[in-house]
Every structure is written in structure tokens, then in C-alpha cells.
Design a binder for this molecule. Sequence first.
Ligand code: 2AM
Ligand code: CA
Length: 264
Amino acid sequence: MDWGMIDRYAKSLIKEAGHRIRVSFAREIQIDTKDDANDLVTDIDKDIEQFFISRIRQDFPDHRILGEEGFGDEVSSNEGVIWILDPIDGTMNFIHQKRNFAISLGIYADGAGMLGYIYDVMADDFYHAVRDGGAYRNDERLPRLERTPLNEAVIGINASWVCPNRYVDHERVAGLVKNCRGTRSYGSAAIELAHVASGRLDAYISMRLAPWDIAGGSVIVGEVGALTTDLRGREHDMLTKGTFIAARPGLHETILGEYIHLKS
Ligand code: 2AM
Ligand code: CA
């Protein structure tokens, strides 16, 4: 497999998709809801996913595509090459703010993350990583992450998890919020992972993420030495929804050991 060629192809596809999204702001965006009233999707999410899929199917007919909006393949095994795509991660930001959303793409071979991309479209920040080749922001290499103690750590976490919820003991999470240096919430898992990769956040935690939210980001943060698992400390399964943490070494153990008690 010529990963260098696939890398160049993916970058150019993502840049073109970013351009299409920016141009789309000139027209009226159609907004729908999915499973619940706050789970939003627009016609642009769907258009962009279809744009990727038609190109990838034309140029890599034996690769499979797992996309959030469901225009790709039914993927139930890790075999072969799988492109895992979120055409717009942070759709609520896209609608409400017209910024702070990203295109997220991970390319996996037999379950191993080979290439990862996060494109923060409005900031024009392009993050990418090549397995065993390092991670980059706008082609500048990101340094390896050092250990940080919890009292000096800035943690990406959504305020929902400090309210009573069905996934996790919220009082423990409140202890985490109290004992770290500060918390931030950006509303896009991909952008939060980009921040972990570049050291702007020291950890990112969520109770409910899908493969396309984290496929690209996992490859990128892995290349700078962050640990990524589910909240039980197990390897994250790239084909199912679940809990997730990405953190600097040291912090990962502290957060899981002392502050996360899952309910089931
Ligand atoms: P999205 O914008 O692509 O839907 C928001 O906190 C983050 O969680 C975003 O990355 C968002 O992705 C993701 N998210 C929101 N609802 C989700 C759901 N029901 N399942 C999985 N991920 C979700
Ligand atoms: Ca999305």
C-alpha cells in the first residue's frame, strides 16, 4: 500500500471539502434533528459526506468507508482499509457559531490507525499524522507530550458529566473539576483531540463518542505520546460508540484511577 500517495490524496480531498463548507455559508442551511432534539444534522453534513464517498469509491474501489451520516458502507469488521469520516464534527457549533467545527478522518488498515486528519475549517488549522511518522499542525511537527500533574492540567470535558447522568458518578467528576487547574469545552471531539495533540489541553474525556468523532484524532494524539482508551482503561474499539479518554501519560492513570466510576 502506498501510504504516501493516500496521504497526499486525503489532504487534498479534505482541503477541497473545507472550501465547499466555507462556500456553503452563502446559502441557507437546512437543519434537521436525528435521535434527539439536540442531535443536529444539516444538508451540508450530508453533501460533504457524499462528496468524500463518491471520490473515494471512484479512486479506491476496494476500500470501505464508515461515515456518520450513513452514506458509506455497513462496517462490522476491521478487515482491509477503512476510511472513518465525520464530515462535520461539532455540528451544533457549525449551526450556532459558524466556527469551531472540523472535518475528521482516520484511515485504518486491519484495525490499525495509519493516517489521521483533523481540519479546523474556519481557523484553517490542519492537523495530520502518519503512523510512526509523527503528528503535525500546518506541517509543523508537534513535540512529544511530557507528564503533567493534575493540579497543573487543563481538561476538556463537557459540563453534562458533572450533572447527574446515567453513565458516570458525577460527584467524582466534580472532584476532578475541582482538583485540576481548569476545564474547557469546545463542542467538537475532533478539535479537543487536536488541542490534546498540541498541548493546549492535557486531557479530553467523554462518555459518548462514536468512531468518526475520534478516528482521526486518535492517530494524531498517539503520535505525540498521549494514551487513548475507553473509560475502563481498555483499548478503544474503533467500530462502536462508547466512553473515551485521551490524556498525557500519568494523567491518564490518575483520572481513571481516582475520578471515573462508571455506573454499568
Ligand atoms: P457531532 O457534532 O459530529 O455530532 C460534542 O460534545 C461532541 O460529541 C461532538 O464531537 C459531537 O459530534 C459528539 N456527539 C454529539 N452527540 C453524539 C452522539 N449521540 N453520539 C456520539 N457522539 C456525539
Ligand atoms: Ca458530525
